[in-house]
Design a protein around this ligand. Structure first.
Ligand SMILES: NC(=O)c1ccc[n+]([C@@H]2O[C@H](COP(=O)([O-])OP(=O)(O)OC[C@H]3O[C@@H](n4cnc5c(N)ncnc54)[C@H](OP(=O)(O)O)[C@@H]3O)[C@@H](O)[C@H]2O)c1
Length: 281
């Protein structure tokens, strides 16, 4: 008896995440689990898709709550004995009109967008089956933030052998410096909202390291990439992005549905379904 395949999308009650679930319901052979941190919002999103003729499953997931991630892991283990597609989509962005002080924005943004996504990976990765695909939702904001880093910091981030603890240490360095308004002194020459860009640098590098680690472990055709969905009309952009959520879902869906034994992309940053060097733009 072959096991049923399963895909999970984090933060998928709205926006691009919901559009990715819709796309997977159309094209992925297996169950698709829509997850949300709020049960009401999650179930309402499931109903929207059911009215369109799709049948996503639902599971609660707050990526900022470790026990919530563990509960999802246990559900997947019991129901599917594995995981075939994971989209780390959940994230936050403080817009320019946020009244939260910069140090708090920096702490919360790095926590959710970097550390909490890393936690999801650490808990769920042991479930990944051969030929699994992981898509980490990054952003071109990583390139914008990278440009305004000091040369010393850029050299550290660009080290091809950088490890996860080293990336985490740079993320923490930024947060700690921001608490004392010393981030510029330490080379993070940022505007108010660019904590988001730093968090996405972390996520992009995390993806490359994860691929390197899977390859070193001899994992069978597990492929991890990060991507930019483009500038999309969602709550996060306050409706300013020119792309629809369906257009924003195109590249992540391409990465989720890469065929078995594909030679690439692997561990790379992808924009408009093509490899994109975010460090030189
Ligand atoms: N929109 C763009 O132009 C754009 C550009 C580049 C990259 N991206 C990236 O694409 C992804 C989706 O963005 P979007 O524009 O669709 O954003 P969005 O409409 O704001 O949706 C974000 C989703 O993440 C969820 N979320 C936030 N914190 C969470 C947590 N702790 N646990 C679980 N879920 C959580 C939100 O849930 P609630 O509804 O409960 O808040 C929501 O479902 C993000 O990673 C974003 O950084 C977007």
């Amino acid at each position: 008896m072959s096991l049923k395949r399963v895909a999970v999308v984090t933060g998928s009650n709205k926006g691009i995440g919901l559009a990715i679930v819709r796309g997977l319901c159309k094209d992925f052979q297996g169950d698709v689990v829509l997850t949300a941190r709020d049960e009401g919002r999650g179930r309402a999103a499931v109903q929207v898709l059911e009215k369109e003729g799709f049948s996503p499953k639902f599971h609660l997931l707050d990526i900022s709550d470790h026990q919530s991630i563990v509960k999802l892991r246990d559900f997947l283990k019991e129901t599917y004995q594995g995981l075939d597609v994971l989209v780390n989509n959940a994230a936050i962005l403080y817009n320019e009109d946020s009244t939260l002080p910069f140090p708090d924005q920096a702490r919360e943004t790095i926590k959710v967008n970097y550390y909490n996504n890393l936690d999801v990976c650490e808990v769920l990765f042991p479930l990944l089956r051969p030929h699994a695909r992981v898509c980490n939702m990054s952003s071109l904001a990583n390139a914008i933030a990278f440009k305004v880093l000091s040369p010393e910091l850029r050299t550290k981030f660009l080290n091809p052998q950088i490890t996860m603890p080293e990336v985490s240490s740079l993320m923490t360095q930024f947060v700690d410096a921001a608490q004392e308004n010393k981030h510029e002194e330490q080379g993070f020459f940022l505007s108010r909202v660019s904590s988001y860009g730093i968090s996405k640098i972390g996520l992009t590098l995390m993806s490359a390291i994860q691929q390197r680690d899977f390859d070193a472990q001899g994992a069978v055709d597990i492929v991890v990439n990060s991507c930019s969905p483009g500038y999309v009309n969602t709550d996060m952009t306050q409706g300013k992005g020119p792309l629809t959520v369906e257009e924003g879902a195109v590249t992540p869906l391409y990465l989720c549905l890469l065929p078995p034994d594909v030679s690439g992309p692997r561990g790379l940053f992808i924009r408009e379904k093509a490899i994109y060097d975010w460090t030189t733009t």
